[in-house]
Design a protein around this ligand. Structure first.
Ligand code: ATP
Ligand code: MG
Length: 388
């Protein structure tokens, strides 16, 4: 991507309502834009980070054998009446009456819909266990939206639901998810602790939260629940077991705040100059910085290196703006791309590219002809370290 053709509006000043470092940096690095309280547009740079996190979540869900699908965000209140949660949910749930006077709502969570799906389509023990998941926008009219996208009113969640024949099966499904969550957070560069938690209106008898370490007081990034038969009993999700008797499916549910992971990563990965992305979730892997585009040799090498990186499938951002080197460096620090290839003084003097490793603040000099290979090697090595 060429910076001049991209949409990456950086700024020096954080928004006035930004209390925590990730909110300040996400706004300043042109990642998000507030539209209304708890409602944000993801600008391209922020959207790339979100997509990288989403990909890790999807890969790890698929690895457990969970099956991806997509439920509607719009839900009929009638299903929530059946489960008994319509009154329980309170004002956090965004409701409206449609033109036919039916009460509808924007899904804050999806136990009712998935339970309805399973009761309509599964009737034998032979069809169980099954875990279904989706990655979808959720709506919650939070009392106090804050910290940017950490506590938003519209946010991206991965929600998975397991259906088992019995408690033993639930225990297995639950443990698989617990392992997957640990892998996801590790791959995202998040240091998390697991804490036993209150199950709230989701219900069930046991739940655990994954809490990212750092200073943000809202740090919960994931929550997994053993629901038991709460929804399958109230919504009559029975199957015929191996002895021919009717039994309720034993359920679990598992949420991850996909969009909350992005600020959580930044909370744990920043310095006084900006974001320090872990390579696994960085919007771009490489930032190319030609310090002076008017110098034909510099701009020529810049173009060549950019082309070589793109040809090798490396996601590179080429800072082809006609601005001072100082401004390029301070923007570079702010947006926090892990590797920089600087084409400047060392190039004019001795034909070397300076590769900066952002997280170590270390420069390595590499000959122009070796730069692409050096970058590919570094990326592959890092990948090997973070792939568990
Ligand atoms: P919290 O206590 O933070 O409100 P919760 O217990 O209500 O979370 P769950 O219903 O378990 O959350 O939702 C699953 C995940 O979705 C949470 O672990 C969190 O990461 C994320 N999440 C919940 N509410 C929000 C929100 N308002 N904005 C962004 N992410 C959220
Ligand atoms: Mg909540």
């Amino acid at each position: 991507m060429r910076w001049t053709k991209y949409f990456l509006p950086t700024s020096k000043e954080p928004p006035k309502d930004a209390e925590i470092v990730s909110h300040k940096l996400m706004s300043r690095a042109g990642m998000i834009d507030k539209i209304s309280s708890g409602v944000y547009t993801y600008f391209p740079f922020g959207y790339r980070a979100l997509k990288k996190v989403e990909r890790i979540v999807r890969e790890e869900m698929d690895r457990t054998g969970a099956v991806e699908f997509l439920m509607p965000a719009l839900q009929p209140a009638s299903l929530w009446k059946e489960s008994g949660r319509l009154d329980e949910m309170g004002e956090e749930m965004i409701r409206f009456t449609d033109r036919h006077k039916r009460l509808m709502l924007f899904g804050p969570t999806h136990e009712e819909i998935v339970t309805d799906t399973v009761r309509k389509n599964i009737n034998s023990w032979k069809q169980l266990p099954i875990t279904l998941y989706q990655i979808q926008t959720k709506f919650r009219d939070e009392m106090r939206p804050r910290f940017g996208v950490v506590r938003a009113r519209e946010f991206l969640m991965k929600d998975a639901y397991s259906f088992d024949r019995d408690e033993k099966g639930l225990e297995e499904s639950y443990q698989k998810m617990r392992v997957a969550y640990t892998r996801i957070f590790k791959r995202c560069g998040l240091d998390c602790s697991i804490q036993q938690a209150d199950s709230g209106v989701i219900g069930g008898k046991f739940s655990e939260e994954f809490v990212a370490k750092g200073e943000c007081p809202e740090l919960e990034v994931g929550h997994i629940f053993k629901l038991g038969t709460k929804y399958s009993e109230s919504m009559k999700t029975f199957f015929i077991d191996s002895s021919g008797k009717e039994a309720p499916a034993v359920m679990g549910c598992y949420g991850i705040g996909v969009s909350r992971i992005v600020p959580a990563i930044i909370e744990g990965n920043n310095d006084d100059r900006g974001i320090v992305w872990p390579l696994s979730v960085a919007p771009f892997s490489v930032l190319l910085v030609p310090v002076n585009l008017e110098n034909a040799a510099i701009s020529g090498v810049g173009e060549k290196l950019y082309g070589a990186l793109i040809d090798n499938g490396i996601d590179a951002l080429y800072d082809d703006r006609d601005i001072s080197a100082g401004m390029k460096f301070s923007d570079g620090d702010l947006i926090g791309i892990p590797l920089w290839a600087v084409i400047g003084k060392k190039f004019t003097e001795k034909g070397k590219i300076e590769i900066k490793i952002r997280k170590e603040n270390r420069f390595v000099e590499v000959g122009v002809e070796n730069a692409t290979d050096w970058i590919i090697d570094y990326i592959n090595k890092e990948k090997r370290c973070t792939t568990l």
